[in-house]
Design a protein around this ligand. Structure first.
Ligand SMILES: Nc1ncnc2c1ncn2[C@@H]1O[C@H](COP(=O)(O)OP(=O)(O)OP(=O)(O)O)[C@@H](O)[C@H]1O
Ligand SMILES: [Mg+2]
Length: 281
């Protein structure tokens, strides 16, 4: 089994957010996607589970043409690739258990979901998922009362309830302190290794990608400018991905933390494509 992006492009008006991306991801790989703000990371991830559609190109999961799916088949696909977000996307006033069981929604008849009826098996599975993430003691609390790190673990438990083939994570640790960031990344790695679920995660910090991902995909200006192992990610590759600062200064690895994207970039600054990346693309 493998997931393939074939010549995927996504435009927004005249702007190309993702440009001619080709990737083949074998089942069970843990992939980190890095790049500056605006590089196209979120757009790429959203196309994989069809929250956004490519302008051109196609997506394939083994023999299934994901980009052609509609209706029930599309919903099945979205169940098969669970997504977690920087802001957790839980229902804050509902208790943790219920939030986790909502991961089963696409597995069950609509009437049962509407009535909020969950089976004994679903409750047991939800508790098991919470236990696995070390937060079973929070099961009856409103999700909104948990710390950020706990909420992200609830979101992962909810994703596990979908029994996904792939887990997509968009900046899952960007709002967390270092300790919680580690707990969440350890959980993703554990799920990847034990269940063989492919994990594709956008990350702001290079050191996290290096520490957790066997494969790193670097994006700049919508293009994939690097695709390799952490070992292959040398200073030259880092330059291709992050380019140079606006004053021409070198950007080194220690600067590629969230601090680099929380300033100018977060206010809508779109970095130019590094010259070397354009040349390769
Ligand atoms: N719905 C949209 N409408 C218009 N432009 C969009 C839309 N979504 C994304 N873009 C643009 O596409 C480009 C890529 O955005 P994307 O969110 O994929 O970047 P990113 O790499 O995830 O950035 P960040 O690190 O800040 O999350 C940006 O220039 C962005 O402004
Ligand atoms: Mg993003």
């Amino acid at each position: 089994m493998k997931f393939e992006l074939r010549n995927i492009t996504r435009r927004f008006g005249g702007h190309i957010a993702v440009n001619s991306v080709n990737l083949t991801i074998p089942q069970g790989q843990m992939v980190g996607v890095i790049g500056r703000s605006g590089a196209g990371k979120s757009t790429l991830l959203r196309m994989i589970n069809r929250l956004a559609d490519p302008t051109s190109g196609s997506l394939h999961f083994s023999d299934l043409e994901v980009s052609a799916l509609k209706g029930a088949a599309l919903r099945n696909w979205q169940r098969d690739c669970a997504m977690i977000f920087q802001q957790f996307n839980l229902v804050p006033r509902l208790d943790v258990m219920t939030n986790v069981m909502l991961g089963r929604l696409n597995h069950r008849p609509a009437a049962m979901s509407l009535l909020g009826i969950f089976t004994r098996e679903e409750r047991i599975a939800a508790i098991a998922a919470l236990e696995r993430l070390g937060i079973e003691q929070t099961a009856l609390q409103p999700a909104g009362t948990l710390s950020g790190g706990q909420q992200q673990r609830v979101a992962i438990a909810r994703a596990l309830m979908q029994a996904p083939k792939m887990l997509l994570a968009d900046e899952p640790i960007a709002s967390l302190d270092p300790l919680n960031a580690r707990i969440v990344m350890d959980a993703l790695k554990d799920i990847n290794e034990r269940e063989g679920i492919t994990v594709i995660t956008n990350l702001h910090t290079l050191d996290t990608a290096r520490a957790y991902c066997e494969r790193i995909v670097g994006m700049a200006g919508g293009h994939v400018v690097f695709d390799g192992t952490p070992d292959q990610l040398d200073a030259e590759a880092v330059r291709m991905i992050y380019g140079t600062g606006s004053d021409g200064s070198e950007i080194d690895e220690s600067m590629t933390s969230t601090s680099i994207t929380s300033g100018k970039a977060a206010q809508g600054f779109t970095p130019s494509v590094p010259a070397v990346a354009t040349a390769r693309a």
